[in-house]
Design a protein around this ligand. Structure first.
Ligand SMILES: Nc1nc2c(c(=O)[nH]1)N[C@H]1C(S)=C(S)[C@@H](COP(=O)(O)O)O[C@H]1N2
Ligand SMILES: [Mo]
Length: 383
Protein backbone atom coordinates (compact mmCIF):
# COMPACT_ATOMS: atom_id res chain seq x y z
CA UNK A 1 0.00 0.00 0.00
CA UNK A 2 2.40 2.70 -1.16
CA UNK A 3 -0.26 5.43 -0.93
CA UNK A 4 -0.86 4.87 2.76
CA UNK A 5 2.82 4.81 3.63
CA UNK A 6 3.29 8.12 1.81
CA UNK A 7 0.54 9.68 3.82
CA UNK A 8 1.98 8.31 7.02
CA UNK A 9 5.29 9.92 6.24
CA UNK A 10 3.62 13.22 5.45
CA UNK A 11 1.56 12.95 8.61
CA UNK A 12 4.76 12.55 10.60
CA UNK A 13 6.27 15.58 8.92
CA UNK A 14 3.22 17.73 9.59
CA UNK A 15 2.99 16.80 13.24
CA UNK A 16 6.68 16.79 14.00
CA UNK A 17 8.45 14.69 16.62
CA UNK A 18 5.45 14.00 18.83
CA UNK A 19 3.84 12.12 15.97
CA UNK A 20 6.14 9.16 16.50
CA UNK A 21 4.81 8.76 20.02
CA UNK A 22 1.30 9.41 18.72
CA UNK A 23 1.60 6.58 16.30
CA UNK A 24 2.18 4.13 19.08
CA UNK A 25 -0.24 5.60 21.61
CA UNK A 26 -3.21 6.53 19.43
CA UNK A 27 -3.24 4.25 16.43
CA UNK A 28 -6.90 4.94 15.71
CA UNK A 29 -6.34 8.71 15.57
CA UNK A 30 -3.57 8.18 13.06
CA UNK A 31 -5.70 5.76 11.08
CA UNK A 32 -8.50 8.37 10.89
CA UNK A 33 -6.10 10.97 9.69
CA UNK A 34 -4.67 8.70 7.04
CA UNK A 35 -8.12 7.93 5.73
CA UNK A 36 -9.08 11.57 5.61
CA UNK A 37 -5.93 12.69 3.81
CA UNK A 38 -5.91 9.84 1.35
CA UNK A 39 -9.60 10.22 0.54
CA UNK A 40 -9.13 13.99 0.06
CA UNK A 41 -6.67 13.13 -2.61
CA UNK A 42 -8.88 10.53 -4.29
CA UNK A 43 -9.17 11.09 -8.01
CA UNK A 44 -12.46 10.18 -9.70
CA UNK A 45 -11.39 8.68 -13.02
CA UNK A 46 -12.67 10.05 -16.32
CA UNK A 47 -14.85 7.53 -18.13
CA UNK A 48 -13.71 8.58 -21.58
CA UNK A 49 -10.54 9.48 -23.32
CA UNK A 50 -7.01 8.33 -22.65
CA UNK A 51 -6.65 6.64 -19.31
CA UNK A 52 -3.51 6.89 -17.16
CA UNK A 53 -0.61 5.15 -18.81
CA UNK A 54 -2.62 4.69 -21.99
CA UNK A 55 -0.39 6.93 -24.05
CA UNK A 56 3.31 6.35 -23.49
CA UNK A 57 5.46 9.45 -23.37
CA UNK A 58 2.68 11.99 -22.83
CA UNK A 59 1.43 13.65 -19.68
CA UNK A 60 -1.00 11.72 -17.49
CA UNK A 61 -3.45 14.51 -16.67
CA UNK A 62 -5.15 12.57 -13.88
CA UNK A 63 -1.80 12.14 -12.18
CA UNK A 64 -0.99 15.85 -12.41
CA UNK A 65 0.34 17.11 -9.08
CA UNK A 66 3.46 19.10 -9.88
CA UNK A 67 3.43 22.55 -11.52
CA UNK A 68 6.94 21.96 -12.79
CA UNK A 69 6.94 18.79 -14.90
CA UNK A 70 9.72 16.50 -13.60
CA UNK A 71 12.39 15.77 -16.23
CA UNK A 72 11.46 12.08 -16.46
CA UNK A 73 7.84 13.04 -17.26
CA UNK A 74 8.62 15.45 -20.12
CA UNK A 75 6.94 14.17 -23.30
CA UNK A 76 9.26 13.82 -26.31
CA UNK A 77 8.73 14.40 -29.99
CA UNK A 78 11.67 13.68 -32.29
CA UNK A 79 11.02 13.32 -35.99
CA UNK A 80 14.40 11.96 -37.06
CA UNK A 81 17.10 10.19 -35.05
CA UNK A 82 18.12 11.06 -31.50
CA UNK A 83 21.74 12.19 -31.80
CA UNK A 84 24.10 11.30 -28.96
CA UNK A 85 26.42 14.29 -28.96
CA UNK A 86 29.61 14.52 -26.95
CA UNK A 87 30.26 18.01 -25.66
CA UNK A 88 33.85 18.03 -26.96
CA UNK A 89 32.86 17.28 -30.56
CA UNK A 90 30.11 19.87 -30.60
CA UNK A 91 30.01 23.51 -31.59
CA UNK A 92 27.32 25.97 -32.62
CA UNK A 93 27.94 27.84 -35.85
CA UNK A 94 26.46 31.25 -36.61
CA UNK A 95 26.61 31.96 -40.31
CA UNK A 96 24.92 33.26 -43.43
CA UNK A 97 24.30 37.00 -43.71
CA UNK A 98 26.37 38.04 -40.71
CA UNK A 99 29.40 40.32 -40.49
CA UNK A 100 31.29 38.10 -38.07
CA UNK A 101 30.56 34.39 -38.68
CA UNK A 102 31.78 32.35 -35.75
CA UNK A 103 31.28 29.23 -33.71
CA UNK A 104 30.73 28.70 -30.00
CA UNK A 105 31.73 25.83 -27.76
CA UNK A 106 29.34 24.90 -24.97
CA UNK A 107 31.75 26.49 -22.52
CA UNK A 108 31.62 29.76 -24.47
CA UNK A 109 27.80 29.69 -24.50
CA UNK A 110 27.75 29.01 -20.75
CA UNK A 111 30.11 31.94 -20.14
CA UNK A 112 27.44 34.35 -21.47
CA UNK A 113 24.93 35.87 -19.00
CA UNK A 114 22.41 33.25 -17.86
CA UNK A 115 18.64 33.65 -17.94
CA UNK A 116 15.76 31.28 -17.35
CA UNK A 117 12.12 30.99 -18.28
CA UNK A 118 9.19 28.85 -17.18
CA UNK A 119 7.46 27.70 -20.33
CA UNK A 120 4.56 25.39 -21.12
CA UNK A 121 5.75 23.75 -24.34
CA UNK A 122 2.96 22.11 -26.34
CA UNK A 123 3.37 20.05 -29.50
CA UNK A 124 1.48 21.67 -32.38
CA UNK A 125 -0.24 18.32 -32.91
CA UNK A 126 -1.47 18.00 -29.31
CA UNK A 127 -5.21 17.31 -29.15
CA UNK A 128 -5.23 16.68 -32.90
CA UNK A 129 -6.18 13.03 -32.22
CA UNK A 130 -8.46 11.70 -29.47
CA UNK A 131 -5.59 9.73 -27.91
CA UNK A 132 -2.95 12.46 -28.10
CA UNK A 133 -3.93 14.95 -25.42
CA UNK A 134 -0.90 15.08 -23.14
CA UNK A 135 1.83 16.50 -25.40
CA UNK A 136 2.53 19.44 -23.15
CA UNK A 137 5.03 20.04 -20.36
CA UNK A 138 5.83 22.94 -18.09
CA UNK A 139 9.51 23.24 -17.25
CA UNK A 140 12.08 25.84 -16.31
CA UNK A 141 14.69 26.30 -19.03
CA UNK A 142 18.09 27.88 -18.47
CA UNK A 143 20.41 29.37 -21.07
CA UNK A 144 21.50 32.58 -22.72
CA UNK A 145 19.77 35.17 -24.89
CA UNK A 146 19.57 34.33 -28.61
CA UNK A 147 19.32 38.04 -29.36
CA UNK A 148 22.69 38.73 -27.77
CA UNK A 149 24.40 35.97 -29.75
CA UNK A 150 22.85 37.25 -33.02
CA UNK A 151 23.77 40.84 -32.22
CA UNK A 152 27.40 39.78 -31.59
CA UNK A 153 27.52 38.21 -35.05
CA UNK A 154 26.22 41.42 -36.66
CA UNK A 155 23.22 40.82 -38.94
CA UNK A 156 23.60 42.22 -42.46
CA UNK A 157 21.06 44.64 -43.99
CA UNK A 158 19.39 42.09 -46.23
CA UNK A 159 18.97 39.37 -43.57
CA UNK A 160 15.26 38.69 -42.95
CA UNK A 161 15.11 35.06 -41.84
CA UNK A 162 16.81 33.05 -39.09
CA UNK A 163 17.08 29.29 -39.64
CA UNK A 164 17.84 26.88 -36.80
CA UNK A 165 19.37 23.54 -37.86
CA UNK A 166 19.41 20.49 -35.58
CA UNK A 167 21.99 17.72 -35.67
CA UNK A 168 19.35 15.05 -36.34
CA UNK A 169 18.70 14.18 -39.96
CA UNK A 170 16.53 12.09 -42.22
CA UNK A 171 16.19 11.08 -45.85
CA UNK A 172 13.43 12.97 -47.64
CA UNK A 173 12.08 12.67 -51.11
CA UNK A 174 11.50 16.21 -52.41
CA UNK A 175 10.11 16.76 -55.90
CA UNK A 176 11.71 13.62 -57.19
CA UNK A 177 15.02 14.02 -55.36
CA UNK A 178 16.21 11.94 -52.46
CA UNK A 179 18.12 14.13 -50.02
CA UNK A 180 19.41 13.78 -46.49
CA UNK A 181 18.49 16.85 -44.50
CA UNK A 182 18.62 18.10 -40.93
CA UNK A 183 15.59 18.96 -38.86
CA UNK A 184 15.24 22.73 -39.31
CA UNK A 185 12.84 25.50 -38.45
CA UNK A 186 12.96 29.23 -39.09
CA UNK A 187 11.42 32.49 -38.00
CA UNK A 188 11.60 36.09 -39.09
CA UNK A 189 14.55 38.13 -37.85
CA UNK A 190 12.12 40.29 -35.90
CA UNK A 191 10.68 37.24 -34.10
CA UNK A 192 14.18 35.89 -33.43
CA UNK A 193 15.22 39.18 -31.80
CA UNK A 194 12.50 38.77 -29.12
CA UNK A 195 14.50 39.00 -25.87
CA UNK A 196 12.58 36.05 -24.40
CA UNK A 197 14.12 33.51 -26.78
CA UNK A 198 16.93 31.53 -25.18
CA UNK A 199 19.64 29.12 -26.28
CA UNK A 200 19.24 26.59 -23.47
CA UNK A 201 21.60 24.06 -21.95
CA UNK A 202 19.55 23.35 -18.80
CA UNK A 203 16.07 22.16 -17.90
CA UNK A 204 14.81 22.24 -14.30
CA UNK A 205 18.36 23.05 -13.21
CA UNK A 206 19.91 19.97 -14.85
CA UNK A 207 21.94 19.67 -18.08
CA UNK A 208 19.63 18.91 -21.02
CA UNK A 209 18.98 15.18 -21.36
CA UNK A 210 19.83 13.70 -24.79
CA UNK A 211 16.13 13.32 -25.65
CA UNK A 212 15.49 17.00 -25.07
CA UNK A 213 18.35 18.40 -27.13
CA UNK A 214 21.74 18.02 -25.41
CA UNK A 215 23.89 20.05 -25.52
CA UNK A 216 21.85 23.08 -26.71
CA UNK A 217 18.32 23.81 -27.90
CA UNK A 218 16.31 26.84 -28.82
CA UNK A 219 13.58 27.65 -26.30
CA UNK A 220 11.00 29.95 -27.87
CA UNK A 221 8.46 30.82 -25.17
CA UNK A 222 5.04 31.47 -26.66
CA UNK A 223 5.68 29.24 -29.70
CA UNK A 224 4.43 25.73 -30.34
CA UNK A 225 6.91 22.92 -29.58
CA UNK A 226 8.13 22.46 -33.16
CA UNK A 227 9.86 25.87 -33.09
CA UNK A 228 12.03 24.78 -30.16
CA UNK A 229 14.82 23.15 -32.17
CA UNK A 230 16.85 20.54 -30.26
CA UNK A 231 20.50 19.52 -30.77
CA UNK A 232 21.27 22.89 -32.41
CA UNK A 233 24.28 22.88 -34.71
CA UNK A 234 23.90 25.94 -36.93
CA UNK A 235 22.00 29.21 -36.94
CA UNK A 236 21.89 30.87 -40.32
CA UNK A 237 20.68 34.28 -41.44
CA UNK A 238 19.14 34.31 -44.93
CA UNK A 239 17.48 36.73 -47.31
CA UNK A 240 14.58 34.47 -48.37
CA UNK A 241 11.85 32.67 -46.45
CA UNK A 242 12.89 29.13 -45.51
CA UNK A 243 10.48 26.41 -46.73
CA UNK A 244 11.79 23.18 -45.16
CA UNK A 245 9.60 20.19 -44.34
CA UNK A 246 8.72 21.36 -40.82
CA UNK A 247 7.83 24.85 -42.02
CA UNK A 248 5.94 24.23 -45.23
CA UNK A 249 4.92 20.55 -45.47
CA UNK A 250 4.42 19.25 -41.95
CA UNK A 251 3.13 21.50 -39.21
CA UNK A 252 0.97 23.36 -41.70
CA UNK A 253 -2.55 24.36 -40.68
CA UNK A 254 -5.21 24.50 -43.40
CA UNK A 255 -8.12 26.62 -42.27
CA UNK A 256 -11.14 28.25 -43.86
CA UNK A 257 -11.94 31.81 -42.87
CA UNK A 258 -15.31 33.34 -43.59
CA UNK A 259 -14.81 36.74 -45.20
CA UNK A 260 -17.77 38.66 -46.63
CA UNK A 261 -19.81 35.56 -47.43
CA UNK A 262 -16.82 33.78 -48.96
CA UNK A 263 -14.63 31.08 -47.43
CA UNK A 264 -10.97 31.96 -47.85
CA UNK A 265 -8.62 28.98 -47.40
CA UNK A 266 -5.30 29.74 -45.76
CA UNK A 267 -2.26 27.64 -44.91
CA UNK A 268 0.07 28.73 -42.19
CA UNK A 269 3.17 27.28 -40.63
CA UNK A 270 2.45 26.30 -37.00
CA UNK A 271 4.09 29.08 -35.01
CA UNK A 272 2.81 31.09 -32.02
CA UNK A 273 0.81 29.26 -29.35
CA UNK A 274 -2.95 29.52 -29.00
CA UNK A 275 -4.95 29.80 -25.79
CA UNK A 276 -5.81 26.32 -24.51
CA UNK A 277 -6.99 24.50 -21.38
CA UNK A 278 -8.09 21.13 -20.07
CA UNK A 279 -9.82 19.72 -17.01
CA UNK A 280 -7.07 17.48 -15.66
CA UNK A 281 -8.80 15.65 -12.83
CA UNK A 282 -11.68 15.68 -10.36
CA UNK A 283 -10.88 14.95 -6.72
CA UNK A 284 -13.20 14.21 -3.86
CA UNK A 285 -13.10 13.76 -0.12
CA UNK A 286 -16.28 11.69 -0.30
CA UNK A 287 -18.77 14.54 -0.08
CA UNK A 288 -17.43 17.55 -1.96
CA UNK A 289 -15.71 17.63 -5.33
CA UNK A 290 -13.08 19.81 -6.92
CA UNK A 291 -12.28 20.12 -10.63
CA UNK A 292 -8.57 20.84 -11.30
CA UNK A 293 -7.06 21.87 -14.59
CA UNK A 294 -4.39 23.74 -16.48
CA UNK A 295 -4.46 26.52 -19.09
CA UNK A 296 -1.61 27.61 -21.37
CA UNK A 297 -0.70 28.89 -24.84
CA UNK A 298 -0.84 32.56 -23.85
CA UNK A 299 -0.86 34.62 -20.66
CA UNK A 300 -4.07 33.41 -19.04
CA UNK A 301 -6.58 35.93 -17.71
CA UNK A 302 -9.64 33.78 -17.01
CA UNK A 303 -10.80 30.17 -17.02
CA UNK A 304 -14.45 29.18 -16.96
CA UNK A 305 -15.93 25.74 -16.48
CA UNK A 306 -19.23 24.33 -17.63
CA UNK A 307 -20.76 21.20 -16.15
CA UNK A 308 -23.33 19.50 -18.43
CA UNK A 309 -25.39 22.25 -20.07
CA UNK A 310 -25.04 24.67 -17.15
CA UNK A 311 -23.71 28.18 -17.28
CA UNK A 312 -20.00 28.98 -17.44
CA UNK A 313 -18.61 29.33 -13.91
CA UNK A 314 -15.39 31.20 -13.14
CA UNK A 315 -12.57 28.96 -11.90
CA UNK A 316 -9.97 30.16 -9.38
CA UNK A 317 -6.57 30.71 -10.96
CA UNK A 318 -3.61 29.30 -9.02
CA UNK A 319 0.07 28.71 -9.61
CA UNK A 320 1.48 30.34 -12.75
CA UNK A 321 -1.13 33.07 -13.16
CA UNK A 322 1.53 35.82 -13.01
CA UNK A 323 3.86 33.94 -15.31
CA UNK A 324 3.40 34.85 -19.00
CA UNK A 325 4.71 31.65 -20.61
CA UNK A 326 4.06 28.90 -18.06
CA UNK A 327 0.82 27.06 -17.67
CA UNK A 328 -1.66 28.31 -15.07
CA UNK A 329 -3.30 25.86 -12.70
CA UNK A 330 -6.98 26.43 -11.91
CA UNK A 331 -9.72 24.79 -9.86
CA UNK A 332 -13.45 24.93 -9.22
CA UNK A 333 -15.38 23.44 -6.32
CA UNK A 334 -18.29 21.38 -7.53
CA UNK A 335 -21.43 20.14 -5.76
CA UNK A 336 -21.71 17.05 -7.88
CA UNK A 337 -24.90 15.02 -8.02
CA UNK A 338 -24.63 11.35 -8.76
CA UNK A 339 -24.82 10.30 -12.36
CA UNK A 340 -22.89 10.95 -15.53
CA UNK A 341 -21.64 14.47 -16.25
CA UNK A 342 -19.65 16.36 -18.84
CA UNK A 343 -17.03 18.94 -17.86
CA UNK A 344 -15.72 21.56 -20.30
CA UNK A 345 -13.20 24.34 -19.69
CA UNK A 346 -12.66 27.57 -21.61
CA UNK A 347 -9.63 29.82 -21.12
CA UNK A 348 -9.29 33.49 -22.10
CA UNK A 349 -5.94 35.22 -22.46
CA UNK A 350 -4.96 38.75 -21.46
CA UNK A 351 -5.56 39.99 -25.00
CA UNK A 352 -9.15 38.77 -24.87
CA UNK A 353 -8.70 35.69 -27.10
CA UNK A 354 -11.18 33.03 -26.02
CA UNK A 355 -10.52 29.33 -26.47
CA UNK A 356 -12.94 28.42 -29.29
CA UNK A 357 -15.81 25.92 -29.10
CA UNK A 358 -15.64 22.94 -31.49
CA UNK A 359 -18.43 24.49 -33.58
CA UNK A 360 -16.69 27.88 -33.95
CA UNK A 361 -15.45 28.37 -37.54
CA UNK A 362 -11.89 28.67 -36.19
CA UNK A 363 -12.08 24.96 -35.30
CA UNK A 364 -14.94 23.71 -37.51
CA UNK A 365 -13.26 25.00 -40.69
CA UNK A 366 -9.82 23.74 -39.74
CA UNK A 367 -8.88 20.75 -41.93
CA UNK A 368 -5.52 19.62 -40.55
CA UNK A 369 -4.97 18.38 -37.01
CA UNK A 370 -2.39 20.97 -35.95
CA UNK A 371 -3.29 23.81 -33.57
CA UNK A 372 -6.28 21.98 -32.06
CA UNK A 373 -7.02 24.34 -29.19
CA UNK A 374 -10.81 23.89 -29.17
CA UNK A 375 -12.62 23.48 -25.86
CA UNK A 376 -12.23 19.93 -24.58
CA UNK A 377 -15.12 18.07 -22.95
CA UNK A 378 -14.53 15.24 -20.51
CA UNK A 379 -16.97 12.69 -19.09
CA UNK A 380 -17.20 11.51 -15.53
CA UNK A 381 -19.43 9.23 -13.47
CA UNK A 382 -20.23 10.27 -9.90
CA UNK A 383 -21.62 7.39 -7.75
N1 LIG B 1 16.14 18.92 -33.77
C1 LIG B 1 14.86 18.70 -33.50
N2 LIG B 1 14.19 19.57 -32.73
C2 LIG B 1 12.89 19.38 -32.42
C3 LIG B 1 12.18 18.26 -32.93
C4 LIG B 1 12.90 17.34 -33.74
O1 LIG B 1 12.36 16.33 -34.23
N3 LIG B 1 14.24 17.60 -34.00
N4 LIG B 1 10.85 18.10 -32.64
C5 LIG B 1 10.13 19.33 -32.31
C6 LIG B 1 8.77 19.10 -31.87
S1 LIG B 1 7.65 18.75 -33.08
C7 LIG B 1 8.40 19.27 -30.56
S2 LIG B 1 6.78 19.12 -30.11
C8 LIG B 1 9.39 19.57 -29.52
C9 LIG B 1 9.30 18.58 -28.38
O2 LIG B 1 10.26 18.86 -27.41
P1 LIG B 1 10.67 17.77 -26.34
O3 LIG B 1 10.96 16.49 -27.11
O4 LIG B 1 11.85 18.29 -25.60
O5 LIG B 1 9.48 17.60 -25.44
O6 LIG B 1 10.72 19.55 -30.03
C10 LIG B 1 10.87 20.16 -31.28
N5 LIG B 1 12.26 20.27 -31.61
MO1 LIG C 1 5.55 18.76 -32.18
Amino acid sequence: MPETSNVTRRDLLIRGGSAAAGLALFPSDVADRILRISSQEAVIPWIDGPQPGGQANTLDWQGLTSWVTPIEDLFRVSHYNTPEISENDWKLEIGGLVNRPRSFTLEEIKALPKEDVAFALECGGNRGFPTFVGAVHNARWGGTSLRRVLAQAGIQEDGIEVVFFGTDEGVEEIRGNEVTQSFARSMSLEDAMDPNLLLCYEVNGEPLPTDHGFPLRLVAPGWYGVANVKWLKRIEIRNTRFMGRFMAQDYVTLRGEEKGGETVWTQNSVSHGRVNSIAAKVTSDGSSYRIHGAAWGAHINRVEVRVDDGSWLPATLGEGREDPYSWTFWHLDWNAESGEHTITSRATDREGNVQPAPADPEIALKRTYWESNGQFTRNILID
